[in-house]
Design a protein around this ligand. Structure first.
Ligand code: SAM
Ligand code: SF4
Length: 334
């Protein structure tokens, strides 16, 4: 890429002094599961394939971001393993000189098949969504089968991914009796565990809100049973971690609702159709696809990204305006 002009590894500073160094890249808005809090049943309004950024376009945008100081990218979706040739894309991204870390968020349904290729392509870390270890309950939450997910997790472990993080959305009346079981499962397999609060997003907002559980309370309850060491692994992402004494198990609490972490936000999101979303909980965005398909130069692209970051909102307003966001999580790249 042409390096004259806009290159500056601290160029992506937003109006609130936050340095943007992390991008969540949605490679598809489709999914092979239907988690009720994420994607409404029967949802079919997916992006047309001609609107998907091609691998060349994705590589170009990520290269521009890396030249502006973004060092970490996470592949997400929808379900990223549904995107054809995802290992090839991973390989192309990890070859970019400025990219230090390529990670993946997946439901693991197809991970058994892809784990080795992703490892060989340089994907460094994997997060797996897993809300229940009970097959029937898993089906109720996701509409899918639990066993392929467990197979996928074990394949990731065999392929050498470490750490593997389990993301469990904590839901009142759905899986709130299963936190200790998930802790034991993660202890057994040496996984890291993160609990997540439901967020009201798009058409699933009411479902998410109905089952919202305050993780501050969950943490208090769990601390009666487990002895937590606090203050481990500070910074980096939104999770606040504790460690169970005399074990290696780290448990993160991601609390966008009860204790938001917007003041340390370091990320933006690129959706499959090339829309750059500046905040998960706001509509501020910049459409990159038309620019990429109309001959924008490398320097112009970098200037567009710099200007975009100047529009990053201060914070989400999930608490004050829970009905505000019209996008589903799977569209934004959760
Ligand atoms: C949208 S998914 C995309 C990647 C992949 N399909 C997966 O499930 O890991 C990313 C994360 O968003 C979370 N998520 C989706 N909708 C959510 C909501 N309304 N509130 C909180 N987390 C949500 C999922 O649980 C998952 O951990
Ligand atoms: S959370 Fe992930 S697996 Fe579940 S429906 Fe959304 S995109 Fe699919």
């Amino acid at each position: 890429m042409n390096n004259t002009g806009a290159q500056n590894d601290s160029a992506l500073i937003d109006p609130f002094g936050r340095r943007i160094e992390y991008l969540r890249l949605s490679v598809t808005d489709k999914c092979n599961l239907r988690c009720f809090y994420c994607m409404p049943k029967g949802f079919k309004d997916f992006e047309q394939p001609e609107h998907w950024l091609t691998f060349d376009e994705i590589e170009r945008v990520i290269e521009a971001f890396t030249e502006l100081g973004v060092a970490r990218v996470r592949l997400t979706g929808g379900e990223p393993l549904l995107r054809k040739n995802i290992a090839e894309l991973s390989q192309r991204l990890t070859a970019l000189p400025g990219l230090n870390d390529l990670s993946l968020s997946t439901n693991a349904v197809l991970l058994d098949k892809h784990a080795n290729d992703l490892q060989n392509a340089g994907v460094s870390r994997i997060n797996v969504s897993l809300d229940s270890l009970q097959a029937e309950r898993f089906k109720t939450i996701t509409g899918g089968q639990l066993q392929p997910v467990l197979d996928g997790l074990m394949a990731a472990k065999r392929a050498g991914f470490s750490p593997i993080k389990i993301n469990m959305v904590a839901m009142k009346g759905i899986n709130d009796d299963e936190f200790a079981d998930m802790i034991e499962f993660c202890l057994e397999h040496d996984f890291t565990l993160r609990f997540i609060e439901t967020m009201p997003m798009g058409a699933t907002a009411d479902d998410a809100t109905d089952h919202y559980l305050d993780l501050q309370t969950v943490k208090k309850q769990l601390s009666k049973r487990y002895e937590f060491i606090t203050g481990v692994m500070p910074g980096g992402g939104p999770a606040r971690y504790v460690q169970i004494k005399n074990t290696n198990l780290r448990i993160g609490f991601i609390t966008p609702i009860s204790q938001h972490f917007c003041e340390t936000c370091n990320r933006v999101r690129l959706s499959v159709d090339g829309t750059l979303y500046l905040c998960l909980g706001q509509d501020d965005k910049v459409e990159l696809r038309p620019l990429l398909r109309n001959g924008i130069s490398d320097d112009e692209l970098k200037n567009v990204l710099i200007d975009a970051i100047r529009q990053k909102p201060e914070k989400h307003e999930f608490n004050d305006k829970p009905d505000q966001v019209v996008r589903l999580m799977s569209m934004t790249g959760g």
